[in-house]
Design a protein around this ligand. Structure first.
Ligand SMILES: Cc1cc2nc3c(=O)[nH]c(=O)nc-3n(C[C@H](O)[C@H](O)[C@H](O)COP(=O)(O)O)c2cc1C
Length: 440
């Protein structure tokens, strides 16, 4: 099992899934422009020379199911089942005395965030944004840990803008600390194993420690170390850690920021994070994620796919499902047993995951991981007059000033039952195994 981001990069490299960039690059727009090229190739990218001396930058560690499959040691089609299997065996993290993230420690006035290669991603972004920071906090009453990912806008030497709004758990925790008149202590780990990011991006019941999920995914305890300036623990093998306080009752404009829906979220009053300590490994790797990229979508999708898989399993013989390329739309393949069953599947999916807006149900012979195949099924098998499930005035994606996300559409794109002679897909014998290069 890979311990950290570095060993994951090694694994990707041995599988020809890593691009190394040796030429010096600028974190402002140049890095994200190159990230888009790496995304197209389905490969991770490591920038070895960055216009912020001392740091390397990486991105697109998990831009494809193929990469996730490597880390989960399974096939791309079976990742969701593997997730469910692992999470069903909870393992707690463990605190150890020290770890590589303590190789360099800077405190107080030594902290200077301008030394980090924080990336400016999009044309109208308010500035550089930390997008792959795993935020650790604790509930003031129970002491239970919460782990999430929250964007952070660079605002100065030791100052970041941070968005954390209830019902997101970090927002709830901030409110609790504020009621006590105390600042919220947080620690932010940057440069993480994909399982730690997956766990942080998972929405679980309030009070569940996401580092337990991360440990379960690893099949061994995640090793943590105590922070220097706050009463929190962070992954011992993280590349970089920022520690500090979110000021109570202080709100400042944050944004605009190019978000996961590919639009700019407008300027909003958000919180302020004052960084009191910065620790990092030798030759640290700064990790960044472009919101709305395939990597971001895969991170957000997997836990939600697991939730959907479990819900739909209750009502149908589910084969596979995919929330990529957008987590607002899902393709689900089933072995249909009854006419009408696909509508029940869509209803179960909408019930299990409120942000879901479109759900296309296809037969088992359709590849849900290939959007072209899903479109083919819709075009050749769905019946718009009978095969639609429309749900009005439902709960959807919450930031929705134009009420675009309050209705849902389920599409039955399955063939009529027991008509496989008519609907059997044509095949070309040998097409999967033949190599054109052998003939050129
Ligand atoms: C790369 C990435 C960036 C994210 N950025 C944000 C963000 O800026 N604000 C936010 O509310 N959620 C963001 N999320 C989603 C949250 O991390 C996710 O909803 C998480 O489950 C919330 O934590 P909670 O369950 O503790 O409330 C991001 C997720 C990923 C994968």
């Amino acid at each position: 099992m890979q311990k950290d981001l570095r060993s994951c990069l090694q694994l990707l490299e041995t599988s020809d899934l890593l691009l190394r960039v040796k030429k010096e690059v600028n974190p402002r727009f140049e890095i994200p422009a190159l990230m888009k090229k790496a995304e197209k190739q389905g490969k991770a990218i490591l920038f070895e020379s960055v216009k912020r001396p001392g740091f390397r930058v990486t991105n697109n560690i998990c831009g494809s199911r193929k990469a996730f499959a490597l880390f989960f040691e399974t096939s791309p089609e079976k990742i969701v089942q593997e997730w469910i299997r692992r999470v069903n065996h909870p393992i707690k993290p463990e605190v150890c005395s020290s770890g590589p993230v303590k190789e360099t420690i800077k405190k107080g006035s030594e902290v200077d965030l301008s030394e980090l290669p924080i990336v400016t991603h999009c044309a109208k972004d308010a500035g550089p944004y930390i997008t792959a920071g795993i935020v650790v906090a604790k509930d003031p009453e129970t002491g239970t840990r919460n782990v999430s990912i929250n964007r952070m806008q660079y605002k100065g030497k030791n100052k970041l803008g941070i968005r954390m709004m209830p019902p997101q758990h970090l927002g709830l925790i901030r409110e609790k600390w504020e009621k006590k008149g105390k600042p919220l202590e947080i620690a932010v780990a940057i440069g993480s194993h994909p399982f730690d990011i997956l766990a942080a991006a998972t929405t679980v019941a309030y009070g569940t420690d996401e580092f337990t999920i991360s440990s379960s995914l690893r099949k061994e305890p995640l090793q943590l170390v105590k922070c220097e300036a706050v009463d929190l623990e962070v992954p011992a093998f993280a590349e970089i850690v920022l520690e500090g306080e979110v000021l109570p009752e202080v709100w400042e404009p944050e944004g605009p920021f190019g978000d996961f829906m590919q639009y700019y979220v407008p300027v909003m009053d958000n919180n302020v994070f004052i960084v009191k300590a910065l620790t990092h490994r030798k030759d640290p790797i700064y990790q960044t994620i472009q919101a709305g990229s395939l990597e971001d979508t895969h991170y957000l999708a997997l836990s939600r796919e697991a939730r959907l898989y479990q819900a739909v399993s209750q009502v149908a013989d589910i084969q596979a499902l995919s929330l990529v390329p957008t987590i607002l739309g899902c393709a689900i393949s089933i072995r249909k047993r009854f006419e009408g069953e696909p509508k029940n599947v869509a209803a179960a999916a909408f019930g299990a995951y409120s942000w879901l807006k479109y759900c296309v149900v296809v037969d088992h012979d359709v590849n849900v991981f290939d959007i072209n195949d899903v479109w083919w099924a819709m075009a050749t098998r769905s019946r718009p007059d009978r095969g639609l499930l429309i749900m009005e005035n439902a709960l959807g994606f919450p930031r929705d000033p134009f009420h675009i996300h309050t209705s849902k559409l389920g599409i039955d794109a399955t063939a009529p039952l027991n008509q496989w002679e008519e609907f059997e897909r044509k095949t070309v014998p040998g097409a999967d195994d033949i190599h054109l290069e052998d003939y050129l």
